[in-house]
Design a protein around this ligand. Structure first.
Ligand code: PLP
Length: 223
């Protein structure tokens, strides 16, 4: 095994351990966040079984997905989306947009999706730790916003929620932010929510413990 495979293998072992401990019946998916690397590293990870990749810039997503269009990859968009990039993003047709962070943005994506006659899967991003530096709707209004998007945006398929754990060295605080997100997700399951995207390289085991079923892992896979 080379360094890459060892890395991947050890991450999967940690994910599996945390998953089985929390709930053997859940399936946890890894989106490999490839924003730090080039198409060569993506190909390496593909060759050992990874299919889902995430980028946080529309331009990078466009270039990498184009370069790798011969491979059956699944592209996720996870970054802040500026309005003037929506059409570019729609042309790439990502499998999932994790970062719809307001009703206003949802309406804007919906409007353009309608014109292009497309349906898009999205997640509502929640700012669970209420951090100024982060995007996302506040937890208090997350549920209402979710239902409103569901009702008003017919060209969007809301699949669930996404959140970034609290930026803190205090594990309790990070856990609290994950629990806040999970509670909203749990509530929304009766409205069809299926995906709870939370957990990054530094906190994915905690995220699994709190109910995450989709991890966005970058540095730990590509280091
Ligand atoms: C970069 C990024 C990640 C991955 O972060 P790592 O700590 O490198 O795993 C996950 N989610 C979002 C939204 C990101 O921008």
């Amino acid at each position: 095994m080379d360094r890459f495979e060892k890395n991947f293998d050890s991450v999967w072992q940690r994910v599996e351990k945390a998953r089985v401990k929390t709930n053997e019946h859940t399936v946890v998916k890894i989106v490999a966040v490839s924003k730090y690397v080039t198409d060569n590293e993506i190909k390496r990870l593909y060759s050992i079984g990874q299919r889902a990749f995430g980028e946080n810039k529309v331009q990078d997503l466009k270039e990498k997905s184009k370069k790798l269009e011969d491979l059956p990859l699944e592209w996720h968009f996870i970054g802040r989306l500026q309005k003037n990039k929506i059409n570019h993003l729609l042309d790439i047709s990502p499998v999932l947009i994790h970062s719809c962070d307001s009703l206003e943005l949802a309406k804007e994506i919906d409007k353009r999706a309608k014109i292009k006659n497309k349906k898009l899967d999205i997640l509502l991003q929640i700012n669970s730790a209420k951090e100024e530096s982060k995007a996302g709707v506040l937890p208090e209004i997350a549920k209402d916003t979710y239902l409103q998007i569901e009702q008003e945006c017919k060209n969007l398929n809301l699949k669930g929620v996404m959140s970034i754990g609290a930026h803190s060295d205090n594990k309790q605080e990070i856990q609290k932010s994950f629990e806040t997100t999970y509670k909203i997700f749990e509530d929304l399951q009766k409205n069809g929510a299926k995906i709870c995207s939370m957990g990054m390289s530094g906190d994915f085991e905690l995220a699994i413990k709190c109910g995450s079923n989709m991890l966005r892992l970058g540095s730990i896979l590509f280091k």
